[in-house]
Structures are given as structure tokens and as C-alpha cells.
Ligand binder design. Structure first.
Ligand code: SAH
Length: 683
């Protein structure tokens, strides 16, 4: 069965109808899922197993039959643990059909079919009774329904329902309890993901300061959690203003309420500073005594204990609605509010007038938080990056320039205005970002910078008052871009506006280059690596299923990851593989390249990483990927505001490569019609 899905091509901008097999979506979901990562999470698996064994033996110790309800069984792992621990019967509920089917196969393969019944339903649809899905209520409730924010995947309503309808009163629960911890911090680096800082421009007639509109300054932002690998955040990037404290707990063995509520704690600042951010994480105690504990605490909390790497659970960064000064020793009150699925924070200081903590979830009023994601805020606040654009713009602008900017929510038109002469008219083509006018108003530029509302191919000479464009600029950045080369949309837009460009037009960036490097990941390889046997259970059916889904498309795809969060070691030199000349229109023919890269260091070739470099002018470039290889071991520094493309190799050579570095051959093809890049690598 085929279905048609309409979408704007992120690279070419063309509206296209893709014929997708109906199972495409689920293949995507399986291929990109976190199941493999969960199965590799040894610490989690061991502790669940310990907790489940303890719960089964408590129930059996009371002389009762152990009847288990496993909500969200996935591969069936936790039910198999329960059955192996001596449970009399397990009901394994899984809403996602392909996973429920996989669970049936895995349970059978491991010989537990008579002890485990897989129910392909959402738990709230499960019925209990002689003709129901479950014969009777369970007395052990096992789940793993947590995300980085704990409740974002709907654990609370699921538990609320299960306690009402599916389990006995006084049941055992694994996990037994979750505890959410918080720490108040000041961090310029993280605050730069939430607020735009003023930008200083040295113009001909003195220093100009680009200021964010007051709406943006006072905006409480959006409630969506910012989840990151906090273990990659060096301690020099933030200052702890409070100790780590418990914010709230959820006891899963008792009826759970999902209705919105608030929790308050008193904090005594250990340091004076600007309270900007609440860092948060949780732990789950698998048994009532709290001795079997699985924690997401970052490195500075228990410096002596080993950290388990995982990507399915990370840590949360919450931005306070506004920054507030706190003084060492002067108590403040931190409020966490939550609804069924998300958490947000407010801080009450003694000095601030008594505003009762807002229970309402924050709503972005300035639109910037809806248009720019965290990384984009960080990118716009990156002074070194802005300095390069300023330098480059200076060299290409003159007093007669007629400038067109093509980029989403970009500050380039403002920079261009300040760096040129007053009479010059600037145009901005930013059709997805109409509300950006707020920004121009705050800087009194509404009549200096014109926002043109049209797709590039629909522009007419009248849009430019019949003038030809002498300088075309772009960062380029588009909010629809997922992979680095999607920003080549700039090239397609440039091609579409060709008739409006003067014959001597300057295009900035003048070109882009796709770069590539072979890497060995410290940990990220786990998310795409088969698991085989997990705690004694054969889960190879799941490995095969992921492999099938990864190969569902004829050519394997690269996936975006922010590599500053995922340490890796370069095994080859970085290498430019394709260039895109923005001074010319997009050619009709494909751009292809073939070659080989030498492996210079010992290691496992997990993946090729790809990124774009923009050559703003002949001497000024911006890298969206590698910043530097920081030591002789090959450790890399990555651009912290961009995601890089990761192409995982399906077979990672084992120790062979460890002793003898070899070469990797590649063939890369950029199809200028579809905007797609196909890659093939041979190790
Ligand atoms: N228990 C497995 C998998 C956990 S992932 C393990 O620990 O390895 C969570 C799974 O729960 C997902 O497969 C998701 O589809 C499923 N799920 C989430 N909420 C559910 C609900 N209320 N009812 C049924 N399945 C649910």
C-alpha cells in the first residue's frame, strides 16, 4: 500500500509529493529509535533486573502468586526478567504494533510464551476480567515509560489509570520511586540559548548596538524542555548557585495523580550571582528500601562513581522566565510546576515583590522562541561568528550596494545596514519570518530594511523598485534544514532570483564546501549497534528489525547529531569532498566525487561525519562542523551551534583496523534536481 506525502524539499525548496510505502513511518521510527540504546544501557538493565527479582520474591514471600503488568514492554525485556525471576504470569502491554510483534517473537525465542502474554494496546484500553485482556489485576507493576524530563512520555496518566483499573491496591512497583533533583546555576553559555545578547558593530560613524526588542527581553520563553548531555558541559561553563536539592518525588506503588500541580523548595544560595537556569535530572529507586538506584546525576554530583553513558535519558536545562540576582545565604524559593507532560520553573526572591509563582505554563510572546531553537539562539550570540560576517560584509558592501538577504530570522540585514551608507536600500527576503519585523522596529530600522513576502521564484522587479541586486547575502541558515547540506537552499533561491541580480553581483558566501572525516565515537556508536544478548535474553530479533529498517531505503541516510555532545576521535584528516559555487546558478548535472581517505590513527571506524564550510569571501570562512582537532589523540572540537551529519558504517571492522590503519574509499553524489546527497563508503 502506498501513500503520498506532500512536503517542501528542504534543499531545493520545491514542493514535492513523495510516494511512501505505508510502513515507511514505522521504519523511520524503528531505525531512529532508542531501543538499541536502551538495550545497551547496562546500568539500567541490571538495576531493573535486581528490582524485579526483589519484587517477585517479596510477593512470593507473602505466599501470593506473582502477576506482573509490564506497560510499554518494547522488546519484552522486563517481562522476560520477571518470568525468569519466577513470576507466575506477565501481561506485556505495547501500543506500537511493530514492537508488539517483535516482543511476541522475542518472548517465544527465549521460551517464555507460556508465561508472557503480549497485548498490543495502549494500556488505557486494556480490559480486566474473565473475558478481558487480563484475567485479573496484577500485583507487580513494571514500566519504563520515562524520558529525560521523566514525565514527557506520559508516565503520569498511564500510572494514574493503571492504579485505578489494572493493578491491585498495595501492589509492588518497579521502579518504586522517582526523585527529581535541581540545581540553580548561572551560565552565560546556556543563557545564550534563550536570550539574544546585544551585538556591537563598529560602523563608519561609530559603534552601533543591535538590541533585542523588549518583548524578547521579557519573554518567558517556551515550556519545551532543553535536554542535553550535561556531562559534556565543562564546569568552567557554569557557576553553581545552590546545592543539588530534591524538587519532587513520585511514588509509583501508590495511586498517582497526573493533574497539574506545583512543588516549592527553599534554596540557600551558596554563591551570589545571577540565577538564570535550573539544571535538573532524576533517579529511579527500583525497590522500597532505595538501595537499587539508577541515576542520571551528572559528573560533578558523585565524582567517584562511574558514569553510564546513555542517550535515551539525559539531563534537563530549564530557563527561568528572567534572570534574577541572588545573594549568598539569602534564601530564595524555587517553584516547579507541572502539567501531565512537562515541567517549568520560577524563582521567588525576597527582594522581588510578592508575585505568587505562576502556575500557568510559559507562553512565548516575542515569537523568537518559536522561530529560533536553542542552538540558533546560541549561534546568533556567537561573537566570533558575528565578527567574521562583519569583516566579510565590510569587504563586499559599498555606499551604492543594493543588498538582498536570504536566510531565516537572520541579523545579516541589520549588520549590512550598519556597515553600508545611509542612502542604501536593503531588502530582505525572509518569507517564513514575517514577524521578524519586531526586531527591526526595536532598532528603528523598519523603513531601512524591507521585508519582502514572497517565495524567491515569485519575486518581480517591482519588489526591488526596479533596481538590480548588487550584493546577495545569506548565512545561510534555514529553519527547515535538518542536515548540513539542506542549507544549500540558499543556492536554489539564488538561482531563482538570478534575473534580479546585477551582472557584477557579489554573493556572500561565495561558495560552500562539504567536508568529511572518519571518526571513532566514544559512545554514540551504541545507538546503531546490535545488542545480541541482553542480560541473558536473546534480543537479536530486535537487532535484525533495526537493521531491516535502516536498509529500508535503497541508499542509507546520514543522520544529524550535535557532535559537541558526543565525543569522538578523528581517524582521518578532514577532507573537502564537494564544492558549491554560489557565484553561479545550480547546474543541471549532478555533482559527484570519488576518492579515498587514509586512516591515520588506530581505532574503530564507526562513521563518516560530514559538515559544511561557508567561504564568505576568499579569506573568511565559517565551519559548521569541525573547529579543530585538539590533541595528538585526535579528539575533536565541534561547532556547538550546529548539528553535523553522521553516516554510520554498517560493519565496523574489529581489531583489524586497530593495528593497521588503512583507507576508506567513498563515492558521494549530489543530485542537483532532488537536492539529495547519496553516499557510499567501503572500508
Ligand atoms: N520496556 C522496554 C521498552 C521501554 S520503551 C525496555 O525497558 O526495554 C517504552 C515503550 O512503551 C515504547 O515501546 C512505547 O511504544 C510503549 N508505551 C508507552 N506508553 C504506553 C502505554 N501507555 N501503553 C502501552 N505501551 C506504551
Amino acid at each position: 500500500m502506498k501513500t503520498f506525502c506532500g512536503r517542501a524539499n528542504p534543499t531545493t525548496g520545491a514542493m514535492e509529493w513523495l510516494e511512501e510505502a505505508e510502513d515507511y513511518d514505522y521504519h523511520q521510527e524503528i531505525a531512529r529509535s532508542r531501543y538499541a540504546d536502551m538495550l545497551h544501557d547496562k546500568d539500567r538493565n541490571v538495576k531493573y533486573y535486581q528490582g524485579i527479582r526483589a519484587a517477585v520474591s517479596r510477593v512470593k514471600g507473602r505466599g501470593e502468586k506473582a502477576i506482573v503488568l509490564d506497560i510499554g514492554t518494547g522488546t519484552g525485556l522486563l517481562s522476560m526478567m520477571a518470568a525468569a525471576a519466577g513470576a507466575d504470569f506477565c501481561y506485556a502491554v505495547e501500543v506500537f504494533r511493530p514492537m508488539a510483534n517483535a516482543a511476541v517473537k522475542i518472548v517465544e525465542k527465549n521460551g517464555f510464551s507460556d508465561k508472557i502474554k503480549v497485548i498490543n494496546k495502549h494500556s488505557t484500553e486494556v480490559t480486566v476480567g474473565p473475558d478481558g485482556d487480563m484475567e485479573c489485576r496484577a500485583n507487580i507493576l513494571v514500566t519504563e515509560l520515562f524520558d529525560t524530563e521523566l514525565i514527557g512520555e506520559g508516565a503520569l496518566p498511564t500510572y494514574e489509570h493503571a492504579h485505578k483499573y489494572l493493578v491491585q491496591e498495595g501492589c509492588e512497583a518497579v521502579p518504586h520511586m522517582a526523585t527529581v533533583y535541581v540545581q540553580l546555576v548561572e551560565s552565560k553559555r546556556m543563557w545564550a540559548w534563550n536570550k539574544l545578547f546585544p551585538i556591537h558593530v563598529e560602523a563608519e560613524d561609530g559603534e552601533k548596538i543591535i538590541v533585542p526588542p523588549s518583548e524578547m527581553e521579557n519573554c518567558p520563553g517556551v515550556p519545551s524542555v532543553c535536554d542535553i548531555q550535561l556531562n559534556q558541559m565543562p564546569s568552567s561553563d557554569f557557576t553553581a548557585l545552590s546545592d543539588v536539592v530534591t524538587m519532587f518525588r513520585v511514588d509509583f506503588s501508590k495511586p498517582v495523580q497526573s493533574a497539574s500541580t506545583c512543588y516549592r523548595v527553599q534554596l540557600e544560595p551558596v554563591q551570589s550571582g545571577k540565577a538564570q537556569i535550573v539544571l535538573s535530572w532524576w533517579d529511579i529507586g527500583m525497590d522500597p528500601s532505595g538501595t537499587i538506584n539508577c541515576t542520571m546525576a551528572p559528573y560533578w554530583v558523585n565524582p567517584t562513581s562511574a558514569l553510564q553513558w546513555r542517550d535515551h535519558w539525559m539531563q534537563c536545562v530549564y530557563f527561568l522566565p528572567k534572570e534574577q540576582p541572588v545573594v549568598r545565604g539569602e534564601k530564595v524559593q524555587l517553584t516547579a510546576c507541572r502539567d501531565e507532560y512537562s515541567v517549568w520553573y520560577t524563582l521567588q526572591t525576597a527582594s522581588a515583590e510578592e508575585d505568587e509563582a505562576a502556575v500557568e505554563s510559559p507562553v512565548c510572546r516575542c515569537l523568537a522562541h518559536l522561530l529560533w531553537n536553542r542552538a540558533r539562539f546560541g549561534e546568533l550570540n556567537d561573537r566570533d561568528r558575528t565578527r567574521r560576517y562583519i569583516e566579510a560584509l565590510r569587504t563586499v558592501l559599498n555606499t551604492d550596494s543594493v543588498c538582498l538577504c536570504i536566510s531565516d530570522g537572520s541579523l545579516l540585514p541589520v549588520l549590512a545596514h550598519y556597515l553600508g551608507a545611509k542612502q542604501v536600500q536593503y531588502f530582505i527576503l525572509d518569507f517564513r519570518f514575517l514577524h521578524f519585523s519586531l526586531f527591526f522596529k526595536a532598532n528603528h530600522l523598519e523603513d531601512k530594511i524591507k521585508i519582502i513576502e514572497a517565495r524567491p521564484e515569485l519575486l518581480k522587479p517591482s519588489h526591488f523598485e526596479d533596481k538590480k541586486i548588487s550584493v546577495l547575502v545569506g548565512e545561510p541558515f534555514f529553519s527547515t534544514s535538518l542536515l548540513p547540506w539542506h542549507n544549500l537552499y540558499f543556492w536554489y533561491a539564488r538561482t531563482a532570483v538570478a534575473s534580479h541580480l546585477s551582472s557584477s553581483v557579489t554573493v556572500l558566501p561565495q561558495s560552500a564546501a562539504l567536508h568529511m572525516m572518519i571518526v571513532e565515537f566514544q559512545d554514540l556508536w551504541r545507538i546503531r549497534s546490535p545488542c545480541g544478548i541482553c542480560e541473558g535474553f536473546d534480543v537479536r530479533t530486535m537487532d535484525d528489525m533495526i537493521e531491516d529498517s535502516l536498509n529500508f531505503r535503497e541508499s542509507k541516510e546520514a543522520e544529524p547529531h550535535p557532535l559537541w555532545e558526543y565525543p569522538c576521535k578523528s581517524l582521518s584528516e578532514p577532507q573537502g569532498v564537494l564544492t558549491f559555487d554560489f557565484s553561479r546558478a545550480v547546474p543541471q548535472h549532478c555533482l559527484s566525487t570519488e576518492g579515498s581517505v587514509n586512516l591515520l590513527r588506530k581505532g574503530r571506524s564507526h562513521a563518516a561525519v560530514l559538515w559544511m564550510e561557508y567561504h564568505l569571501t576568499a579569506d573568511i570562512s565559517i565551519s559548521t562542523g569541525l573547529m579543530q582537532i585538539s590533541n595528538e589523540k585526535g579528539n575533536c572540537d565541534w561547532n556547538r551551534h550546529c548539528k553535523q551529519a553522521v553516516y554510520f558504517f554498517s560493519s565496523v571492522p574489529e581489531s583489524g583496523t586497530l593495528s593497521a590503519p588503512g583507507a576508506v574509499t567513498y563515492a558521494i553524489n549530489f543530485d542537483t534536481k532532488t537536492g539529495e546527497i547519496a553516499m557510499d563508503f567501503k572500508l
